[in-house]
Design a protein around this ligand. Structure first.
Ligand code: BGC
Length: 340
């Protein structure tokens, strides 16, 4: 009789341990998914107005190189709006879908997780109301198209909301997009960028519904801009920054630590994982300082268990040199911590 009782007791204990464990795992789902993203690399091209227009074409062998170097994921910025009808029903060109499908397949072939997003969409940033219908329609089409893909495909709703897509409007728009995504992708991990260019100070303004546990919050980090964007043609006045150094003085390091602490305290309060989806420095910054900055930022992210993705593979910030077809080894080392 006693042994019968013991058995029942053990059974009940095991049952509750299992239940609490699976509840814990379920509630932590986005945290696990964030670990899968781990160390990542952005690959440019599909965010240009026309494919190849910015001098890069994505090749299958890029994914092999990235995987072999020790990365876990890639982020593929995409300009869907340039490949969709400009009036209702805003149909995305099936040929373009095939291009994106192919790129995702190449990444999966090398066991890399993939983040796809809506990247450049200037009209939405400048005149949100005029583009809302199209923005939501794009997500309806994208999420339906990829609904059966494995959970190693992540959706990022929009890169760097800015300009007239202010926090108030952005908090409405992304929620509507998420609702559409959830109609076909209940458990898909969705990444959300904060307002004001996905900045440290923008994240605080995100209002995330408590019930959706499949969300990762993104952060982009290029501070100090005078260092990371010196000589960048798309930033007015940035030639005056040429020659800016980042030597890793206590003050320089502390500024980054303070920024990251601020984000981390928001993340803990809100129980959300952080994905440092972009950080990097333009090629006109001297390499020795780029290496110091990249190493420091990357380590600070990892210290807080954030996943990250370097901006970017082989263009202006490139960690890999498309001319020599070799890694810029000091930069790679600053990301992966070892030379391959
Ligand atoms: C933009 C790139 C730019 C990078 C750094 C990205 O979000 O898409 O065009 O080079 O940020 O400024």
């Amino acid at each position: 009789m006693n042994s019968e009782k013991n058995k029942i007791c053990i059974f009940i204990i095991i049952f509750f341990l299992g239940l609490s464990n699976s509840l814990l795992l379920a509630s932590n789902n986005a945290f696990r998914q964030n670990q899968v993203l781990g160390k990542g690399m952005n690959i440019s091209d599909l965010e240009a107005p026309k494919l190849g227009q910015w001098g890069i074409v994505i090749h299958k062998y890029y994914f092999k190189i990235i995987k072999n170097a020790g990365f876990n994921s890639v982020r593929i910025p995409i300009r869907w709006e340039a490949h969709a009808m400009s009036s209702a029903p805003y149909t995305i060109n099936p040929k373009f879908f095939k291009t994106v499908d192919r790129v995702i397949k190449w990444a999966f072939d090398y066991k890399l997780a993939v983040v796809i997003n809506i990247h450049h969409y200037p009209a939405l940033q400048h005149n949100p109301a005029s583009q809302k219908e199209e923005f939501l329609s794009l997500w309806k089409q994208i999420s339906t198209h990829y609904k059966n893909y494995p959970d190693t495909l992540y959706f990022e709703i929009l890169n760097e909301p800015n300009s007239n897509l202010n926090p108030k409007i952005w908090n409405v728009y992304w929620k509507e997009a998420l609702k559409i995504i959830r109609q076909t992708n209940q458990d898909r991990t969705v990444i959300i960028d904060g307002p004001y260019w996905d900045s440290v100070w923008g994240i605080h303004l995100l209002k995330i519904p408590a019930q959706d546990k499949h969300i990762i919050v993104s952060l982009h980090y290029y501070s100090p801009m005078q260092f990371t964007h010196q000589g960048a043609s798309w930033i007015k006045g940035s030639n005056a920054w040429l020659g800016t150094t980042w030597t890793g003085t206590a003050k320089e390091k502390q500024a980054i630590i303070n920024d990251f602490n601020e984000v981390e305290s928001w993340a803990q309060k809100n129980n959300r994982p952080i994905y440092l989806g972009e950080f990097g420095s333009y090629s006109k910054s001297p390499m020795k300082y780029r290496v110091l900055w990249t190493t420091f930022v990357r380590k600070q992210a990892e210290k807080r268990h954030w996943s990250w993705s370097y901006w970017e593979f082989c263009s202006g910030f490139g960690a890999w040199n498309p001319e020599t077809k070799k890694w810029r080894r000091p930069l790679l080392k600053s990301l992966i911590g070892k030379a391959v």
